[in-house]
Design a protein around this ligand. Structure first.
Ligand code: NAD
Length: 403
């Protein structure tokens, strides 16, 4: 089976369709995105030279509400990846019960190679190219790998100029001072923490306390902070440049400061390891929180953890998933584990539309409630049907789409 994420998404969908009795019309709609938009985004570089970058927006399905999903700025962005990510958003949003469909997009670019001015111009140009297909009731982008709150503000600003009206709710994940929600930055990482704690209790695995995390960006940092503050020990961390192993536990605040100063994790303390080795450390729980396909048939046999918490989208290939199942390793699937971001995006959208500002404690309390309730539904489905948590999550999502 190829590791093309879209082919993988279709295999997972087929599996779910075989386990459920979804209407043929729904089956057909889920197998292809509703719309694919491809654009060439021009950018005048600081040097005066003009370059173009390929951009995409995939609108997978809007049965439950406006398309919703991130915009990725990364050199490996491609259409099949965006289609898979958009499909996963459709399922995730249905699973956690937010009134959105699924969308995703991005630009093939390495944002680290652009100056601040170039990044702003590229983001604004991309927003102009997409302005006819996005909108608060149509399609609501958000940050993803390589994009951030500031970039969402630029998109909202361009879109507002395009429609001639202040329209902050066209995107979520904005800075708080520009209509963003308190708690949005923390949401995916904290949400993963809430799901993990709930699942460990249900599984009777409360003693699983040591954790290794691959990816120390928006998601990985806040998960690490949350878990370190709730009785877990983070024994390994990695980012794209390498990682560290400290069996006695890593001081998360100190390592964050170190990474800000040095630009990498290596040399902080303990033993330096590779970006990939972190997933093979002797931890109870491993967390892929970087990109797709990080757990494959090559490294799955060497995984020592008993639990995988998928915070990245699509981190486990189909072959690896089968190996983990055979080894009795429990996988808490991405569409459940990383849904915290879109839940708080929904809160942000609601606040913008109603002119409200919710306090951070209130946002996080509501997030916790929604994540625990989704975890409960997935666990109950898995027990009653005797299926994996992943199959159960897809079943629950499909039922919500069929309603
Ligand atoms: P980010 O760009 O902030 O961070 C990505 C991190 O991964 C960086 O630390 C980078 O160095 C690291 N990385 C990249 N390649 C790596 C490798 N080979 N080995 C180890 N580390 C590597 O992105 P993010 O927002 O933290 O997103 C991470 C994952 O979570 C993505 O799969 C994304 O789709 C998913 N996700 C993000 C959100 C969100 O709210 N940001 C929500 C749901 C899912």
């Amino acid at each position: 089976m190829p590791n093309n994420p879209w082919q993988r998404a279709l295999v997972q969908l087929q599996r779910t369709l075989e386990l459920t009795d979804a209407h043929p019309d729904l089956q057909k709609r889920l197998k292809e995105p509703d719309r694919v938009v491809e654009v060439d985004v021009p950018l005048t570089m600081d040097s005066g030279e003009t370059k173009t970058f390929r951009g995409y927006r995939v609108q997978h399905n809007n049965i439950r509400g406006p398309y919703k999903g991130g915009l990725r700025f990364h050199p490996q962005v491609d259409l099949d990846e965006a289609k898979a990510l958009a499909f996963w958003m459709t399922m995730k949003n249905a699973l956690v019960g937010v009134p959105f469909g699924g969308g995703k997009g991005g630009i093939e670019v390495d944002p680290k190679e652009l100056s601040a001015g170039e990044l702003e111009r590229l983001t604004r140009n991309f927003a102009r190219e997409l302005s006819h297909v996005i909108g608060p009731e149509k399609d609501v982008p958000a940050p993803d790998v390589g994009s951030n709150a500031q970039m969402m503000h630029w998109i909202a600003d361009e879109y507002s100029k395009h429609v001639g009206a202040h329209s902050p709710s066209v995107v979520t994940g904005k800075p708080v001072e520009h209509g963003g929600s308190e708690g949005r930055t923390e949401a995916t990482g904290y949400g993963g923490g809430y799901v993990l704690e709930a699942m460990l209790t249900k599984l009777g695995k409360e003693r699983a306390k040591s954790v290794a995390i691959q990816g120390f960006g928006n998601v990985g940092v806040f998960l690490a902070e949350y878990l370190a503050g709730h009785g877990f020990t983070i024994i390994g961390l990695s980012d794209s440049k390498g990682g560290i192993h400290m069996p006695e536990g890593i001081d998360i605040k100190a390592v964050e400061k170190y990474k800000k100063r040095q630009g990498n994790l290596a040399g902080f303390g303990g033993t330096d390891i590779s970006s990939e080795d972190v997933l093979e450390l002797p931890a109870d729980i491993i967390v892929p929180a970087a990109l797709e396909n990080s757990i494959t048939e090559k490294n799955a046999p060497s995984i020592k953890a008993s639990i995988v918490l998928e915070l990245a989208n699509g981190p486990t290939t189909l072959e690896a998933d089968a190996i983990l199942r055979e080894k009795g390793i429990i996988v808490i699937p991405d569409i459940l584990a990383n849904a915290g971001g879109v839940v708080v995006s929904y809160f942000e959208w609601e606040q913008n539309r109603n002119g409200e500002k919710w306090a951070k404690d209130a946002v996080l309390a509501k997030l916790k409630e929604m994540m625990e309730s989704a975890a409960e539904r997935v666990f109950a489905e898995s027990v009653s049907k005797k299926i994996s948590l992943r199959d159960a999550a897809y079943n629950v999502a499909l039922k919500a789409l069929a309603m």
